[in-house]
Design a protein around this ligand. Structure first.
Ligand code: NAP
Ligand code: MG
Length: 511
């Protein structure tokens, strides 16, 4: 069937910029409804030095890679190179797994839980002490606004280490009637959207249970994982308990293939998750997968609208929409559709996009050029398929990767933007009439990670949460995380849980 393309309704000619040649970062005059603006308030970044080269962290020491190769890590807000990162090959991964095995057999699995807990508490406290530095590095390397890395990521990173430190000496009470035993060496592969937080989600429960770790951060965001390695040294964590191998997808694949790995934990795309599941089929390796999502936010007529709009905005524009559980589909009950669109349009115009180090910035830089290209291509496909684009008319910095917050209306289920993960600050808006229609349409995708329900009626919430096929459901709020609460999906969003007791179970054999 030929689809007739409608012209996009765009508030600004620069809505989907083909190049970023608009305003240099230092002069950025951010859109604030053209009414008023804050003075620039950049976080101090000069006090923190990024060394020009980062080595692998194996057996408690930083070491040059076997390959002798390094790749650059850049600041996505300026496109400036920050440092060179070591590229680990299969031989390096082998050294890391051997170091982890030795640490597992000689030290870590033999330590009483209360001793392991002490190390974890120590790590958590050092993270708190260095939180500002870590937040700045996270923002410079990954592009997320400082107010998110400082107020969301870092407190949660420390909280995960504290939480699992508390479990280390209480494991025998965690699963009544069953005794937990560690699995051995855990291979952990993480993405770029929450570099430190994903490392904490994986390392803290693994260590609490007595496992040792080989972790691979994402290619574009390795700096903070290696800073965490320095914290492990400072905490005098025994050598080899955590090893960090940096590199591209091939490094991750070498971890997956390595016969010395007992448990694999992967967070990333559904595509790579499927490759990993296929690669380890028939082996004894235990697996947890945290994959993509296409969450639905369901907004009923009886919801407190202004509160809901804030939550929906937070759900999709938080971290530039580069969040697996982003509320990227909004289902609005028909009677309030025009009011909601009016409110959304007004609110996205007040979001401030620009220098991620500025404390007033709401939307920072997209993590990499390929990710920006992907967002642009999907938005263009939405327009070509007949959706209408509404985007903030704002000046974007000259350098770096930016995408102004946007939403698409006139979206139907057949559109790619209603089914595929955009992983950017773009909301697809659709309507529904009855609760039945809402959950049927929300469930009608291959993913099952998260969802949101906005209504004044508790009964509606309880009815819907039983029908929605998503691992995490927020009611009258969105994107709330806590280390005690399990997180994960099912269907194409993966399996297994991180956080809470369920997160511990993923790193134990229960007898
Ligand atoms: P990705 O391409 O799957 O990469 C994730 C990690 O896997 C990176 O460290 C990557 O290395 C590595 N990798 C790539 N190919 C590999 C292979 N063949 N074998 C082993 N490892 C390999 O995902 P991404 O684009 O970085 O991240 C975005 C995706 O992650 C989205 O789909 C998002 O929904 C998902 N995500 C899910 C959750 C969750 O909890 N469910 C949380 C965050 C993100 P390189 O960096 O070198 O490519
Ligand atoms: Mg970077």
């Amino acid at each position: 069937m030929k689809i007739k393309a409608k012209p996009a309704r765009i508030f600004s000619k620069r809505a989907v910029p083909s190049s970023n040649t608009i305003v240099p970062l230092k002069d950025r005059r951010l859109n604030f409804g053209n009414k008023w603006d804050f003075a620039p308030a950049p976080e101090d970044s000069k006090s923190y030095v990024i060394s020009p080269r980062h080595e692998l962290f194996i057996g408690g020491k930083f070491a040059a890679p076997n390959s002798g190769k390094y790749f650059p890590s850049i600041n996505p807000a300026t496109e400036q190179p920050l440092t060179m990162i070591a590229s680990a090959n299969a031989a390096d991964v082998d050294s890391a797994v051997k170091a982890a095995r030795k640490a597992y057999e000689t030290v870590w699995s033999k330590l009483p839980g209360r001793e392991r807990g002490k190390y974890l508490y120590r790590i958590a406290r050092i993270i708190q002490e260095k939180a500002r530095e870590l937040a700045v590095l996270e923002t410079i390397d990954g592009g997320k606004p400082i107010k998110e890395s400082r107020d969301v990521d870092l407190p949660l990173v420390a909280a995960h280490f504290f939480y699992y430190a508390g479990w280390a000496d209480k494991l025998k009470y965690a699963f009544p009637g069953k005794l937990p035993h560690p699995l051995g060496v855990a291979g952990q592969i993480i993405p770029w959207n929450f570099p430190l937080l994903m490392a904490a989600w994986k390392i803290a429960p693994a260590l609490a249970c007595g496992n040792t770790v080989v972790l691979k951060p994402a290619e574009t965001t390795s700096i903070t994982a290696l800073r965490l390695a320095q914290i492990f040294q400072e905490a005098e964590l025994p050598e080899g308990v955590v090893n960090i191998v940096t590199g591209a997808g091939e490094t991750g694949a070498a971890i997956v293939r390595h016969p010395g790995i007992n448990k694999l934990a992967f967070t990333g795309s559904t595509e790579v998750g499927k490759q990993i599941a296929a690669a380890i089929a028939g082996t004894q390796k235990k697996l947890t997968l945290e994959l993509g999502g296409k969450a639905a936010n369901i907004l009923f007529e009886d919801a407190p609208l202004d509160q809901a709009i804030e939550g929906i905005i937070n759900g999709i524009y938080f971290n530039q929409g580069q969040v697996c559980c982003a509320g990227s589909r909004l289902f609005v009950q028909e009677g309030i559709y025009s009011t909601v669109i009016k409110k959304l349009r007004h609110r996205i115009q007040t979001l401030r996009i620009g220098n991620p180090l500025d404390k007033n910035t709401d939307i920072g830089a997209i993590n990499s050029r390929p990710q920006l290209e992907k967002i642009r291509a999907l938005v263009q496909s939405g327009i070509a398929e007949g959706a209408e684009l509404t985007q903030t008319p704002c000046a974007l910095p000259e350098k770096g990767y930016w995408f102004a917050p946007a939403f698409l209306t006139g979206v139907t289920h057949a559109h790619r933007v209603a089914n595929e993960e955009i992983f950017g600050p773009v909301l697809s808006v659709m309507t529904f009439r009855t609760p039945e229609e809402a959950f049927e349409r929300a469930n009608n995708i291959p993913y099952g990670l998260s969802a949101g329900v906005w209504t004044d009626k508790g009964s509606k919430i309880f009815k819907l949460v039983h029908k929605l096929r998503a691992g995490v459901i927020w009611a009258n709020t969105y994107n709330k995380f806590d280390p005690t609460s399990p997180f994960g999906g099912y269907r194409e969003s993966g399996f297994g849980r991180e956080g809470g007791l369920q997160g511990l179970a993923a790193y134990c054999r229960l007898d």
